[in-house]
Design a protein around this ligand. Structure first.
Ligand code: GLA
Length: 674
């Protein structure tokens, strides 16, 4: 708190807190916060090449300069992006005769200082990377700074480095606090202000000690360009909100926005959640190839303003209903940022109230949607229909002028779950599948002439089966409509969008105004059920999720991209057929009542040793049909499941409390059908 107060004072924020702190205490940095380097009073913003290039040759001087150019030309610098940082692989594998690090002359023919000078000439800052170990993380084995802290810090300072990311590989088992404190002190001794980024992946609970050591600290393992990765990181990082504040931030890793592995909705969620969590915004895609859609996300100033809010409070998750999460973040000007985050695979209305979000009582509130750039008024409910993997962010404030705004509404599309407890919806070709829409008005102003339409892909049949019924529940107005949709016979398996649209009139007592709200949901058309006995790795699934990396067919899970695992191997036994997942995972097959048995060997893949334990389950619709557990020590085990009559069969793995190394193989998995 003291550190927060001094930072707030430095940022010119008025102190409205009833905490007894003397002026002397505020002025003098308390010894508990030995770092107090005056840097990163808001989360650092900039670029790091790692997610885009890893160690590949395209990481070089031309790239880094090109990024600096784009920072200026595309408006990123004006939006607050400042640090152009380079990651691993910039050095030669050997130090020089004096023990100094040597820039790789192929990648950086003019050295690092020339690049730093170029970046500085644009009014930007420059960052570098090394490891708190004998070598960095890359297998090529570039020298790390353990035991060379002062020499390396001095070299970095002489090059004009403004930011150091200090990694954790090859640390020789030396206590993390000692290693990271040694570099903190070495940086301080250079006299140059250098933002200090601790990268020990959350292994030693850095949030408990790093606020006095670094300006930011990684809280998790490396991010990947996948929804599973973002979702997993958020689950950990969101609970660490008490530890962040000006000068010291939780770091859920660099951005993947623009790298191509996620949808626009997912990238907007990623960016929104990083902003809500007061995370560093380090762009991790090659901006030289950025699409307008990527730049629109990265340049969203309303979202950036949440991230950079000078109060520096990381959002608190105040509600989490099975992955439908409400985040609340107080802002320096008295507004409150509220994020409605849907990590699940089904669209849903997520709601909270101004009271739950900590706002005082008021006749009405203005909701500023920072992605739509629109303001609406609510009598108190703060809600939205949030698509699967989506996030809606509002800036909320009590509003006297609420009558200037259209009423806040939401429009939900509810499709029955595929099986009890399912987070996916499936529609059968040639059948009238039921669904409902509901339009709700949360505003003080009534909505009239409410009309909802539903559109489906060409060739589908859509029918309203019961007309809209309006009713008033408290201050809210709800209008429900029942529908059926039918995909044409022979519709190709896959995911299809259904879009609902409600138009209405609101009246501010002077002139009627029209408004519209639109929501989209996706439904899955399944492949026909399998027949005979088949390897499950040859049967198309309806839906699949894996904690790290995609589900792999006939390979183990390599945690990152597709096809990056190995031959499935459990306890030395190799399998040509099978499925590689990372717990928690789920694979859903449509069996349409045609299948009877699932049999599989299972175990933690040998590519992980020393860790990993999990539970394997086979589900027949909502019924558990077989279950077993194994750890990395076990050889292959076997399970048989009776799935007779099930419409859906699911292979599920659970992490038994920790996701570490849970490379869960389904080895030689087979299904027996009619
Ligand atoms: C570790 C870090 C990454 C990246 C690589 C470089 O994995 O966590 O962010 O710096 O090393 O080798």
């Amino acid at each position: 708190m003291r550190r927060l107060l001094s930072a707030l004072t430095a940022a010119g924020v008025l102190l409205g807190l009833s905490v007894a702190v003397t002026a002397a205490e505020v002025a003098r940095p308390p010894s508990a916060y030995a770092l107090d380097n005056g840097l990163a009073l808001t989360p650092p913003m900039g670029f790091n090449n790692w997610n885009a290039t890893h160690c590949r040759a395209e990481f070089n001087e031309a790239m880094v300069k090109g990024i600096a150019d784009i920072f200026v030309s595309s408006g990123l610098q004006d939006a607050g992006y400042q640090y152009v940082n380079i990651d691993d692989c910039w050095a030669l594998p050997q130090r020089d005769a004096d023990g100094n690090l040597v820039p790789d002359p192929v990648r950086f023919p003019n050295g690092i200082k020339a690049v730093a000078d170029y970046v500085h000439a644009k009014g930007l800052k420059f960052g570098i990377y090394t490891s708190a170990g004998t070598k960095t993380c890359n297998v090529a084995g570039f020298p790390g700074a353990l035991g060379h802290e002062q020499q390396d810090a001095n070299l970095f300072a002489s090059w004009g480095v403004d930011y150091l990311k200090y990694d954790n590989c090859n640390n020789q088992g030396v206590d993390a606090r000692l290693r990271y404190t040694a570099m903190r002190d070495a940086l301080a001794a250079t006299g140059r202000p250098i933002v200090y980024s601790i990268c020990e992946w959350g292994q030693n609970q850095p949030w408990t000690w790093a606020p006095s050591v670094g300006n930011l600290w990684r809280t998790t393992g490396d991010i990947g360009d996948s929804w599973g990765s973002v979702r997993g990181i958020v689950r950990t990082n969101m609970n660490l909100y008490p530890f962040a504040g000006p000068g010291g931030w939780n770091d859920p890793d660099m951005l993947e926005v623009g790298n191509g592995g996620m949808t626009g909705t997912e990238y907007r969620s990623h960016f929104s959640l990083w902003a809500m969590m007061a995370a560093p915004l380090l762009i991790g895609s090659d901006l030289r190839r950025a699409t307008p859609a990527t730049l629109e996300i990265l340049l969203n100033r309303e979202v950036i303003a949440v991230d950079q809010d000078p109060l520096g409070a990381q959002a608190k998750p105040v509600r989490n209903d099975g992955g439908r999460v409400v985040f609340v973040r107080p802002l320096a000007n008295g507004d409150t940022a509220v994020a409605l985050y849907n990590e699940t695979d089904t669209g849903a209305v997520i709601r909270t109230t101004a009271a739950e979000a900590g706002l005082g009582r008021a006749p009405a509130y203005a909701l500023r949607d920072v992605w739509r750039h629109e303001t609406t008024e609510t009598a108190g409910v703060v809600s939205a229909y949030v698509p699967a993997h989506g996030t809606v962010v509002y800036r909320v404030a009590a509003a006297k002028n609420w009558a200037d705004y259209a009423p806040a509404t939401d429009l939900s599309v509810t499709i029955p779950p595929a099986y009890p407890g399912a987070t996916i919806s499936v529609v059968q070709p040639g059948t009238a599948n039921p669904l409902s829409t509901a339009f709700t008005n949360h505003g003080r102003m009534p909505a009239t002439q409410v009309a909802t339409s539903l559109s489906a892909p060409a060739g589908w049949t859509v029918q309203a089966t019961s007309p809209p019924t309006g009713n008033r529940a408290g201050t809210e107005e709800v209008f429900d409509t029942q529908w059926t949709v039918a995909p044409p016979a022979g519709a190709a398996p896959g995911s299809y969008p259904l879009t609902a649209r409600t138009t209405f009139i609101w009246n501010d007592d002077e002139q009627p105004r029209s408004a519209a709200v639109e929501s989209a949901a996706s439904v899955l058309v399944p492949s026909p059920p399998p027949s005979g006995t088949q390897w499950l790795s040859d049967v198309p699934w309806v839906h699949a999720t894996s904690f790290w990396g995609p589900i792999e067919l006939d390979r183990s899970n390599g945690e990152r991209g597709a096809h990056d695992g190995h031959t499935i191997t459990i306890g030395g036994v190799t399998y040509a057929k099978g499925i590689g997942a990372h717990a928690p995972s789920e694979i859903v097959y449509y069996t349409g009542g045609q299948c009877a048995t699932v049999s599989s060997d299972y175990g933690i893949d040998d590519e992980k040793s020393g860790n990993g334990d999990a539970t394997w389950q086979v589900w027949a619709d909502g019924t558990l049909a077989a279950e077993g557990s194994a750890t990395w020590r076990d050889g292959p085990k076997h399970l048989d499941a009776d799935v007779t009559g099930a419409s859906f069969v699911r292979l599920v793995t659970l992490d038994n409390g920790s996701t570490n190394s849970d490379h869960t193989d389904w080895a030689a998995a087979q299904i027996g059908c009619d």
